[in-house]
Design a protein around this ligand. Sequence first.
Ligand SMILES: Cc1ncc(COP(=O)(O)O)c(C=O)c1O
Length: 404
Amino acid sequence: MKIPSHLEQAIRQQLEVGKTLNCYIYDTTAMQDKIHHLNQIMPQGVEVFYAMKANPHTAFLAAARSAGARGIEIASLGEAEKAVTAGFQANQLIYTGPGKSPEELLWGVSHGIRTIHIESLTEAHRLQAICAKLNKKQDILLRINADFDIHEAQTTFSGGSKKFGVDEEKLAAILPQILALEHLNFRGLHVYAASGVLNVDDLLKNCQLVFAMAQQIEVDYPATCCDTIDFGGGFGVDYLEEGRDFDPQRYADGLAKLIAQYGFAGRTFFLELGRYLAADSGWFCTEVLDIKDSRGKKQVICAGGINHFRRPAALAINHPMAIVRSDREKLFPAQESVRNQAVYFGGPLCTGADKLANNVMIDAVDVGDIAVFGLAGAYGLTMSNLAFLSHESPEEIVLNEAPE
Ligand SMILES: Cc1ncc(COP(=O)(O)O)c(C=O)c1O
């Protein structure tokens, strides 16, 4: 991984503070560029939402707003409140996720959020009761657990037995019951296949399946129109640096073809993107506190571990990384260092699961250097075990704040 010069400069400035360095550094320029680009290339009717679960930091919400994201995909009341504080209107929020509490649904309906994505019949009835009490009608999408999965993806959200949505084969039994709930205004479907997908054709296959489902629903229930279709998130990033970047232009072209093929022009299509928008706008930077040789392999111990950057351990992958050298004096002459070796990086926690990276070939590392993990803007701090061992939270430093 190449470290951009302004990032290295920011790290060196932090080193001068003289405190153990352990922080996230964010620069949301890449995220803003991506949103601009998607808005330019996507077919008519496609609306890009930021899935703020990827990174709820205000800098990312500001970047989404300033670059023209249509709104925010939320999955909790906490996210809703952060999005509104960042300047989004309630009607720019779409609400997904299993297990929405009555309080959360009440907030959504009473504030007038755009759509609530129903995950089960129970949730539909719970929402109906809340809407009836408020004497309101709520636009909804129905989330389907399609009988389709993308085996290669990092995480799948449909196919097999899943906690997300209702099984595709139960649609015939469930949809009429939902259509009969007079406070719910059925607008269409939500089918999110998988996260971290690099193969555009896999995601387009998902789009095609949803279109076919929508078309069938309109045949079976002629009074019904799926005028809004949500494909979820899923655009991947190339963590393994294999030159396999997701190609949004190919996706846009493929989607345009499908829209024409199914005669769906004039409808609305949601994309709720997290990882693709946020990943390359953040780096986790942590100081090397110790290096030891353990039975022939170097163990590099950093100030932050899975308490601050859990993703590599959770998904059993190495993120791209690089070392910023600090040229610290050794504490004693025989202090270990690494030269041209494949090593293990871990954090300070008392669990063997506290892994940042393994078998990474490193040219040179000494105690006091900074290990920098890239593509850490998405699912970084937000997905970490922050409370474990009660270490101080890493600072989140923002370079190049997005304009208001
Ligand atoms: C409902 C929903 N939408 C969007 C996303 C964002 O996915 P991604 O980061 O793969 O774009 C997720 C991620 O888990 C999700 O659960």
